[in-house]
Design a protein around this ligand. Structure first.
Ligand code: SF4
Length: 226
């Protein structure tokens, strides 16, 4: 049975996406192909479990059992980059077979979405579109965003006015509004949420949501397992 390098697993509230504020059980995988300038989970970048570090290798069944024993119905698969896990599709199929679970994947916008979109009872996707300030925009796959629908979210993490302007361009060019959830979120410590609201007001961005990183208000900004 395939196994996965899991960086941490825990129950908390969803900080983003359609179910923000609701309880969720999180599975965070090791490994990320991007290096965003503002990353707050750099400790989960390595593909392998670090010696003397956190993490454990878990099989499909062990992940499923952990989720079930938590009693929580929302499941968030995150990272790192969960879609880089070589055996993620069998895990998604196993989770999809349980109608009591609502599964969501947080993905960084650089991975092909076709295999997930083709699944029966597929999970919801929260897809980041990395803006210029991240240093990772060239890795984005905007063509895949055309295939998302109302259960999905495209999130823009903005650290500057230049990022906001680019986010607006992408939102309008890809006709995201009304088709998927669209969220603007500030880079912690780089831009005030009020500046994002002002941008939304000036540009009449109806249907766009401001999303604050709830965890950073509730717990210390560098807390893990929350
Ligand atoms: S995609 Fe996410 S985990 Fe990877 S570097 Fe960017 S912010 Fe960090």
């Amino acid at each position: 049975m395939p196994s996965y390098n899991v960086a941490e697993k825990f129950v908390s509230i969803n900080g983003e996406g359609r179910r923000a504020g609701q309880l969720a059980v999180f599975i965070r995988f090791f490994g990320c192909n991007l290096r965003c300038s503002y990353c707050d989970t750099a400790w989960a970048w390595p593909d392998a479990i670090p010696a003397n570090g956190p993490g454990e290798q878990l099989t499909n069944d062990e992940i499923y059992q952990y989720i079930k024993q938590s009693g929580v119905q929302n499941v968030t698969l995150t990272g790192g980059e969960p879609l880089r896990q070589p055996h993620i599709l069998p895990l998604l199929e196993q989770l999809a077979a349980d109608p009591s679970l609502a599964v969501e994947i947080e993905t960084n916008g650089s991975q092909p979405l076709g295999p997930v979109l083709a699944l029966a009872n597929r999970p919801a996707l929260t897809v980041d579109y990395k803006l210029p300030g991240s240093g990772m925009e060239t890795q984005m796959r905007p063509q895949d965003l055309a295939r998302l629908d109302k259960q999905d979210v495209v999130k823009f993490v903005c650290g500057s006015q230049a990022d906001l302007q680019r986010a607006e361009e992408v939102i309008r060019r890809l006709r995201l509004l009304g088709r998927v959830g669209v969220y603007l979120s500030p880079v912690w410590g780089q831009i005030e949420p009020a500046a994002i609201v002002e941008f939304m007001r000036q540009k009449q961005l109806n249907g766009v949501n401001l999303q604050l990183q709830m965890h950073k208000f509730i717990w210390p900004p560098d807390a893990r397992g929350v």
